[in-house]
Write a protein that binds this ligand. Structure first.
Ligand code: SF4
Length: 213
């Protein structure tokens, strides 16, 4: 990433953090993913249970590996033998002490926008785990709420559909979201979190770099 990006992101993150704090979200500004990982590790009580949702940014940070290394109690749906067990683990994740995730898009005013398939990630962000820690690259800050929803629907979701190797959806066949209702559609819930009902429940790690899509 260029110095121009970093300088811009620093100023933008400072402005955005005030908006996020005003909405009862906590903010940790990090230069990079390594710093975000170290700060998250310091925040998480090593004895408490951690669950996590699908996130490329989280994966890239290697936080999950670091938690396993220190013997953190974990709920990991990726270890399920079959779909039934996977759903059980996703339900259990809603009772975890910590939930790790990313956010698909943040408006300049600090609203959080997520598009979800099953809905487990949006559910955990909304209610259940005592603490939610979200890693977000500053490239996910898009403008007003309408623009942010559009970007999440028109850019993030189709790229996720491509990553997940969907076959039949308009975003795969034509490269454009067709607002589909197909069986394999991954855009079943579009959620806006405008404020945290509890202060200090949801911490946004704003990373001064480009991560995820
Ligand atoms: S609504 Fe359908 S076409 Fe649009 S991004 Fe989601 S899966 Fe693709």
């Amino acid at each position: 990433m260029t110095t121009i990006h970093q300088t811009f992101y620093q100023a933008a993150a400072k402005t955005l953090s005030k908006k996020l704090l005003n909405r009862n979200f906590q903010v940790v500004i990090c230069e990079n993913l390594t710093e975000a990982k170290e700060k998250a590790l310091a925040l998480i009580d090593p004895k408490k249970v951690v669950a996590f949702g699908g996130s490329e940014t989280l994966k890239d940070s290697q936080l999950i590996e670091a938690l396993y290394e220190r013997q953190q109690p974990m709920i990991n749906r990726e270890l399920a033998k079959d779909l039934a067990e996977r759903h059980q683990l996703m339900k259990q994740a809603l009772t975890a002490d910590y939930f790790l995730t990313s956010i698909n898009g943040i408006s300049e005013d600090g609203e959080l926008v997520n598009v979800d398939n099953v809905g487990n990630r949006v559910a955990a962000i909304t209610y259940g785990p005592d603490k939610v820690l979200a890693f977000v690259g500053m490239n996910k800050v898009y403008g007003n709420l309408e623009t942010t929803i559009q970007m999440v629907r028109k850019k993030t979701a189709p790229l996720n559909a491509t990553r997940l190797n969907l076959q039949k959806t308009p975003c795969i066949k034509k490269g454009v979201c067709g607002d589909c209702f197909l069986e394999e559609c991954i855009c079943n819930t579009i959620a806006v979190t405008r404020r945290s009902w509890q202060a200090e429940r949801l911490t946004i790690f704003l990373i001064l770099d480009n991560h995820g899509y």
